[in-house]
Design a protein. Structure first.
Length: 503
């Protein structure tokens, strides 16, 4: 099978999306993740857009060595000069120049006749070729362009030295069948098509960017342009993680290989998410939290019996450690029994059936069910080993926050104090001093569970104690108190499980 070249434009087209801007340090961090993913080409920016963009492309060119590094440039000498200045330090530099070819753009944006557009394109490619051997040429708004005109301009820019030809669906106008047919007609119509690589770059305005890109691959394109998480202008671009896993999962259809290290998808998308402040939707294909999560009892039973019944990919393939069985009102007995046995509880049929009924009643009352809720049901009315007696926070603009925590254990009260970057951090540091084991905070979330100014906050905490995870939940109108209660609940779970282990 031939190998598709993956061209990532997260740092150029992706960053152009509203609220997706990144500073130089963040761009370098994302570029290094793209190198880890083993992408073939990184479009690191648009050098002529700003001095900051030029500087960031230069910085990436100096530290990222494996992929081709390219900068976008209009078909103008000033843009091409800056593009070269930005990529000249790269081990594999490319200049990516473009001009619009649709009647709409040529008439109203460029105000040029078709013949002049061809001249500008050829001149730009020849000029870029003086700087680098690797020159990509894009026909902006190709999918609303005349095919015969595209064939004519492509033949001329190939003769001028273009090594890659990109036929983008700039405005996300295409459907897969029409786009695939267009790509095929262009490739077959260009007399010197064997002298270049054809590329596709699809936008997601109609929600078909990935499908259109795959149609382009089936039609003969050997390079696909995409972004992590599908970020980009308007509704975004083809999402790399979706595109690659479609190629990999359905090789029977696409019959193409790729060089992407898919196990870095989860890590790389999380890095990007933090850099741009974009929360990954739970239902995002491939890497969303729900992508390998199951709540339906029928699905849970199937997955427990054979993972492939409801999963077409193995979670580890994309960097997800394992699938999740979410306990909720749709869950069945098989999943619940499996999960409580993992916690160390083994109930006989009668006791389990009674527990299952109590679990379903709880699900009808609560929107979100946590492991701590399950443990509370399993423990019944058992007294907690540790409880919060009182706490106090001292805040001052001139000194770090100080927390005072008192707990009760074995009918005795113990107190400690701690400093921190904030009141919650100070409280957690104080609690840690009360115990002779090391704990590591793995996850901490606060969410509102009621409205108005006196809203209650629900804190959810996952602690790592001696290599195992323990969950705690706390509810209060004071978010610090909710966090403290949740932290202590997680430690209670540790003691409860340890006690069960000793037995």
């Amino acid at each position: 099978m031939k190998q598709i070249r993956i061209f990532d434009t997260t740092l150029r087209d992706g960053e152009q999306a509203p609220l997706c801007g990144m500073n130089i340090e963040e761009k370098i961090q994302v570029a290094k993740m793209l190198e880890k993913l083993n992408v073939d080409v990184i479009e690191a920016g648009f050098a002529a857009a700003s001095e900051g963009d030029l500087e960031s492309i230069q910085s990436i060119s100096k530290v990222v060595k494996k992929p081709i590094i390219t900068s976008l440039a209009r078909a103008k000498k000033i843009d091409i000069d800056k593009a070269y200045q930005s990529v000249k330090y790269a081990e594999k530099p490319r200049i990516h120049t473009f001009i619009a070819t649709s009647p709409l753009h040529m008439t109203y944006k460029l105000k040029m006749k078709p013949e002049r557009v061809i001249e500008e394109a050829v001149e730009a490619v020849k000029y870029a070729k003086k700087y680098v051997q690797d020159v990509e040429f894009s026909l902006e708004d190709a999918t609303r362009s005349d095919i015969n005109f595209m064939i004519k301009i492509i033949e001329k820019v190939i003769n001028a030295g273009a090594t890659t030809i990109n036929i983008p669906d700039t405005v996300g106008y295409m459907t897969p069948d029409i786009y695939g047919d267009m790509i095929k007609k262009v490739i077959n119509g260009v007399k010197n098509s064997e002298e270049t690589i054809f590329s596709v770059h699809c936008h997601n305005d109609l929600g078909m960017a990935v499908a259109n890109s795959l149609a382009g691959v089936n039609a003969g394109a050997m390079q696909v342009e995409c972004t992590l998480l599908g970020i980009g202008e308007r509704a975004g671009n083809a999402a790399m993680e979706e595109l690659i896993m479609a190629l990999q999962t359905r090789k029977d259809i696409y019959k193409k290989n790729h060089g992407i290290y898919t196990k870095a998808f989860k890590e790389s998308t999380e890095v990007l998410s933090k850099c741009i402040g974009y929360e990954i939707p739970r239902n995002k294909a491939i890497i969303g939290k729900n992508a390998f999560a199951h709540e339906s009892g029928i699905h849970q039973h199937g997955v427990l019996a054979k993972r492939e019944t409801y999963e077409i990919m193995e979670p580890k393939m994309v960097g997800v450690s394992k699938n999740q069985l979410i306990l909720g009102k749709h869950s069945g007995k098989h999943a619940l029994k499996s999960e409580i046995e993992k916690m160390g509880y083994f109930l006989e049929n009668d006791k389990f059936n009674k527990f299952f009924d109590e679990f379903k009643k709880l699900c009808d009352k609560k929107k979100n069910i946590y492991i701590q809720d399950i443990r509370t049901l399993l423990r019944g009315d058992k007294e907690k080993i540790i409880s919060l007696s009182k706490y106090a926070i001292q805040m001052d603009s001139q000194i770090p926050p100080r927390a005072y925590i008192s707990i009760t254990k074995d009918n005795k009260e113990f107190s400690e104090q701690g400093l921190g970057d904030g009141p919650i951090n100070a409280a957690f540091n104080a609690i840690d001093k009360l115990f002779d084991f090391e704990s590591k905070l793995k996850s901490f979330k606060i969410s509102a569970i009621s409205e108005e100014s006196d809203a209650q906050g629900e804190a959810y905490i996952e602690l790592d104690i001696l290599g195992k995870s323990y969950i705690g939940r706390g509810v209060s109108t004071d978010v610090v108190e909710a966090g403290v209660i949740a932290y202590i609940e997680a430690i209670n779970e540790y003691y409860e499980i340890r006690k069960e282990d000793v037995k």
